[in-house]
Design a protein around this ligand. Structure first.
Ligand SMILES: Cc1ncc(COP(=O)(O)O)c(C=O)c1O
Length: 368
């Protein structure tokens, strides 16, 4: 049996969430974003599970693309940041990848390199994120350079990223979108703009392609949930067991620094999961957990291999009780990773990508 901490990955939920992204944008194609090992879920397993649904995948770098190719994935794969050095181009070509270009040196390298078949290019414009991309002023010249190069014209896309598509305050988002609409019209360019929040909440931003990431894994990125985001299903369930129980008098502290002090005679369950597994050490007292499907809370600082939960009001809880740290309990109760993230002053993305390799992933559902 061994240590009871496991990340269950529900591939049917992944497929459900992908289908939702597709239904929300019937005139777009959805790239499934699989970077950072599919947000901690296992890129190859997720790619295989989506292979019959998704027309293409997206990753951050050539190493991630290579791992998918080595695993037998032959769909197009987009490098979202393009190449990091010009000498990657032969590999981009031989692996049959598509690439973003966001900087002049990448365009120079690409045009100097003469592939046997043109490499499909996604030209990234900085419409307000101020991270990667050509300025809107430089974009037309870059676009014309690429469009004028033999073979490239038919495979050019305009790509950009939103800074605030998840937010309730919409002014900045609308400003980015207006600029992008104007550029796309001027260049007559097919677009790829929408991340998960824009896929879920902004049909106006849907383009020839969308790039949903975190929503595929069942996390709701919106500041204000909507009907679509409420239909997402958690893909990862992180669960473990109580391995010891402490009976404490009122006033007794628990864990490092004695942060949590028993306000009454208390029972504390010690759970096999800690920051050495990727569970966030910033989790505050009161962070929700499920013990045998019932809600209770973290009590005390997270240690490397263990954390402690208050089971005073759960008299049935004992050594061996199942503890769900996020995801779906077998009884159907759901604890969303987004709710846990709020108690850690972070976002689901960091929790999901932070689960370390020592936590075994167990896959369920359709493997295509
Ligand atoms: C360029 C780019 N596109 C798409 C995504 C997917 O975003 P999300 O996970 O919010 O859907 C990301 C995520 O960081 C990104 O950097």
């Amino acid at each position: 049996m061994g240590r009871p901490l496991i990340a269950e990955i529900d591939l049917d939920a992944l497929r459900h969430n992908y289908c939702l992204a597709r239904e929300l944008a019937p005139h777009s194609q959805a790239l499934a974003v699989l970077k950072a090992d599919a947000y901690g879920h296992g890129a190859l397993a997720c790619a295989r599970a989506l292979d019959d649904l998704a027309p293409a995948f997206a990753v951050a770098c050539i190493e991630e693309a290579q791992a998918l190719r080595d695993g037998g994935i032959d769909k197009p794969i987009v490098l979202l940041e393009g190449i990091f050095h010009g000498d990657e181009l032969p590999r981009v070509e031989s692996l049959g990848l598509w690439m973003a270009v966001h900087s002049e040196w990448q365009v120079d390298a690409l045009l100097d390199y003469r592939p046997r078949h043109p490499i499909p290019v996604w030209v990234k414009v900085d419409s307000g994120m101020h991270r990667l991309g050509f300025s809107p002023e430089r974009l037309p010249e870059i676009w014309q350079r690429l469009a004028g190069a033999p073979g490239y014209a038919c495979d050019l896309h305009l790509m950009s990223h939103f800074a605030t598509a998840d937010a309730l305050e919409t002014r900045y988002f609308r400003r980015q979108l207006a600029l992008l609409n104007e550029l796309a019209t001027r260049l007559d360019a097919p677009t790829c703009l929408a991340n998960s929040p824009a896929t879920l909440a902004w049909p106006q931003a849907h383009g020839a392609w969308n790039r949903p990431g975190v929503m595929l894994y069942g996390s709701d990125p919106l500041e204000g949930a909507n009907d679509a985001s409420r239909a997402l299903r958690p893909v990862m369930t992180l669960h473990s067991e109580i391995i010891a129980v402490q009976e404490l008098d009122a006033g007794e502290p628990v864990g490092y620094g004695g942060r949590w002090i028993a306000p009454r005679p208390s029972r504390i369950g010690v759970v096999a999961a800690g920051y050495g597994d990727g569970y966030d050490r910033h989790a505050v007292d009161g962070t929700p957990v499920l013990v045998d499907g019932r809600r209770t809370v973290l009590a005390g600082k997270v240690s490397m291999d263990m954390l402690t939960v208050d089971i005073t009001d759960l008299p049935e809880a004992a050594i061996g009780s199942r503890v769900t740290l996020w995801g779906r309990d077998p009884g159907g109760e759901v604890l969303s990773v987004d709710e846990v993230a709020r108690h850690c002053d972070t976002i689901s993305y960091t929790l999901l990508t932070g689960i370390l390799p020592r936590v075994p992933r167990r896959y369920h559902g359709s493997m295509s």
